[in-house]
Design a protein around this ligand. Structure first.
Ligand code: NAD
Length: 429
């Protein structure tokens, strides 16, 4: 079946979508060929280990009952318990969740933390739900997937439209069901119930740690970078904060409402105060309005897509003027767009490396929870930087050695590590 890109602004459920699961299988085929992957292991990795579909009935505020569809997919547990976020989104499909679980398997492997990959979702539009409805939906969903999750089994975390409050409800629901407090069942929790210092900002910080190391390796001056960020949520806003704090100029950012642009650079502290007040970057007075579509095509050094998948497509890849794309979101570049950027010599830092700071700090949170011993922020940021820099260096070096791009190099390292674990363990029985 030919793969057709999703034009910007078109939802990923449109018929013209690129199916993320099919894309991930194609990427697996390419890397398998490149590393000479054992055909049995190739087949093994082409299927998720467990796929759970649940219905989530919720008593709405007006007394009626709505039923939402929820998912939890564990892709592969060869290297350890399952780890992966939970998203609430109206367009999410089972195939998207399968692909995101697959990318989690690779992401944990590329930064060498002892987890397998998972992902979860509820298909809903949280903007149309009250806080009470979101709590009841979350608690019911957590109970429904309770047969899979647990501190030693599968540890969810936040993703699109989920946050520390939702993690708290999942932790509480799980704890009520097992009869004792189990902080290690989720990461991304508030500090007061076993969260980790630094977790909130870790993904965006990791993006900037990776970008700095790539710049250093490529002989580019980080401080001269003009940076454009699509998506000003958890990841995009903290990437903006750390990019600016380390001396780069963030010239445009956007959220679902639209974007703002200031050629001299945005004052991120002031912008954050605006967002805290109005819940959007739109209307920020010290910048010009820019549509999301145009923001992606701005001339800049670094474009950071930090919103959702299928944003850089065959329709706009030819017009991207960034010198480098750093995938903070999962799957923001379609395969056709990937080929176009590659041909045009635009360097791309793949999501499994670029946004792995989140899962790495989730790993730190889980380790702290199961030891009931908590670290200082300095230790967390130091250890995060060490892992992100080392992993980036490994990917960079392999790319140089094999003459491949960074995506292929990252996938080669990750798949080789997962394959080695599966080889050691063998196939049961
Ligand atoms: P979030 O919900 O906090 O923020 C998403 C942002 O994107 C919001 O500002 C939203 O308005 C904006 N957005 C949504 N649709 C948009 C569109 N069409 N155009 C422009 N902006 C749009 O989510 P997040 O946690 O920051 O996650 C963002 C991405 O990063 C996702 O792909 C997620 O899978 C990935 N990710 C998140 C984490 C994490 O720790 N939160 C870790 C790894 C990867």
């Amino acid at each position: 079946m030919p793969v057709v890109d999703t034009p910007i602004g078109q939802s990923p459920t449109d018929s013209a979508k690129e199916n993320l699961w099919e894309l991930s299988l194609k990427q697996l085929d390419l890397v398998a060929r490149k590393i000479g992957l054992d055909p049995g292991i190739h087949k093994y990795l082409s299927y998720p280990k467990r796929t759970l579909i649940v219905s989530v009935p919720v008593r709405m505020d007006d007394g009626t009952v709505e039923v939402f569809e929820g998912y939890r997919v564990q892709h592969n547990l060869g290297r350890g318990p399952a780890k992966g976020g939970i998203r609430y989104h109206p367009d999410v499909t089972l195939d998207t969740v399968k692909a995101l679980a697959f990318y989690m398997t690779l992401k944990c492997a590329v930064v060498n933390i002892p987890f397998g990959g998972a992902k979860g979702a509820v298909r809903c539009d949280p903007k149309k739900l009250s806080i009470g409805e979101i709590e009841r939906m979350t608690r019911r969903y957590a109970s429904e997937i309770g047969i899979l999750i647990g501190p030693e089994k599968d540890i969810p975390a936040p993703d699109l439209n989920t946050n520390s409050q939702i993690m708290s409800w999942i932790m509480d629901t799980y704890s009520m069901n097992v009869g004792y407090s189990a902080p290690g069942v989720v990461t991304g929790k508030p500090l007061e119930i076993g969260g980790s210092l630094g977790r909130q900002e870790a993904t965006g910080l990791g993006v900037i740690d990776v970008l700095e190391e790539v710049a250093r390796r490529a002989g580019l001056d980080f401080k001269s970078f003009k940076v454009v960020i699509q998506g000003y949520g958890n990841v995009g806003a903290s990437a903006a904060k750390f990019a600016a704090a380390r001396g780069a100029r963030v010239i445009a950012v956007s959220d679902i409402e639209g974007g703002i642009f200031a050629s001299d650079g945005l004052d991120i502290g002031e912008l954050d105060r605006h967002v805290a007040r109005y819940k959007t970057v739109k209307g920020y007075p010290r910048g010009e309005f820019i549509a999301n579509k145009d923001l992606l095509e701005l001339p800049c050094d670094v474009l950071i897509p930090a919103a959702l998948e299928n944003q850089i497509t065959s329709h706009n890849a030819g017009r991207i003027q960034a010198k480098m794309v750093v995938e903070a979101a999962n799957g923001p570049t379609t395969s056709q767009a990937d080929a176009i950027l590659n041909e045009r010599g635009i360097m791309l830092v793949p999501s499994i490396l670029a946004n792995a700071g989140g899962v790495t700090t989730s790993y730190f949170e889980w380790v702290q929870d199961i030891q009931a011993f908590f670290w200082e922020e300095e230790q967390i940021y130091g250890r995060l930087r060490q892992i992100m820099t080392k992993s980036t260096a490994e990917v960079w070096d392999l790319a140089q050695k094999e003459g491949v791009n960074l995506r292929m190099a990252a996938h080669m390292i990750a798949v080789s590590r997962v394959a080695a674990a599966l080889k050691h363990r063998g196939i049961y029985p």
